[in-house]
Design a protein around this ligand. Structure first.
Ligand code: NAP
Length: 207
């Protein structure tokens, strides 16, 4: 699959490497332009290339939005309609400034700025270094680290769950984008290395 990644920081680079290793074609982008990513993509190997964010959005059948939460307005105008978009973002007021979420979950707020996109919250509750090192496709699912997935679109959630399993983690369904409050910053499961069973126990869900 062609995957476009918007954001080439800690999470963007870790996901580019994992998706490339799993055999996907990846376009990585940042805010400063592809020429600033030459060394990065060279290190990530032949399945990863650098593009502008507009080009990466067009290239990807599936997109990942992994920019600082406070920069959400810079996503406007990208061609995301109809595409599955993974939202990894977390809102930290001290980093991102005061933003009125209008009482919504962080990902419901983000989805409003990605018109027509099939938004799936995932990879928000794992540190980038753990994401880069803890996936193991050789392990049985029950021994793998859990990655929480939430979406209002069940098919999109299934697609992202399969991707999560292909890179060596296990997906734990936490419900809708509004339900994804259960793994936002400050929650009991945020940043914790849990198996699927442990995660479901902590959340009190069966997903
Ligand atoms: N770091 C973690 O361990 C971690 C874990 C889970 C979730 N998260 C969340 O994931 C998100 C990304 O975190 P991070 O730590 O990876 O961020 P980061 O290291 O600060 O990198 C952010 C990246 O976003 C790029 N960017 C900004 N605006 C953009 C735009 N309009 N189009 C394309 N790229 C754009 C930046 O490019 P320039 O450098 O060119 O400006 C940079 O490459 C945040 O919401 C964070 O809270 C982080």
């Amino acid at each position: 699959m062609n995957i476009g990644i918007l954001g080439a920081g800690h999470i963007g680079k870790a996901l580019a490497q994992l998706f490339a290793r799993a055999g996907h074609q990846v376009a990585l982008s940042n805010s400063r332009g592809p020429e600033t990513l030459e060394d990065t993509v060279r290190a990530l190997g032949p399945n990863v290339r650098a593009m502008t964010s507009a080009q990466a959005a067009q290239f990807g059948e599936l997109l990942v939005e992994t920019i600082p939460f406070g920069k959400y307005a810079s996503l406007e105008g990208l061609e995301v309609s109809g595409k599955v978009v993974i939202d990894t973002a977390n809102y930290y007021p001290q980093r991102d400034g005061q933003i009125d979420l209008g009482g919504q979950s962080e990902s419901s707020f983000m989805a409003r700025h990605l018109p027509g996109a099939r938004v799936v919250k995932a990879f928000n509750a794992i540190a980038a270094a753990d994401l880069a090192s803890q996936g193991d496709p050789g392990k049985p699912l029950e021994e793998r680290r859990a990655i929480f997935v939430a979406s209002d679109d069940p098919d999109a959630k299934r697609t992202v769950s399969q991707l999560i399993e292909a890179i060596g983690f296990v997906a734990v369904d936490t419900g809708t984008l509004e339900d994804s409050r259960s793994h936002q910053p400050g929650t009991a499961v945020y940043g914790k290395p849990l198996t699927g069973q442990q995660a479901r126990q902590q959340l009190g869900t069966s997903g």
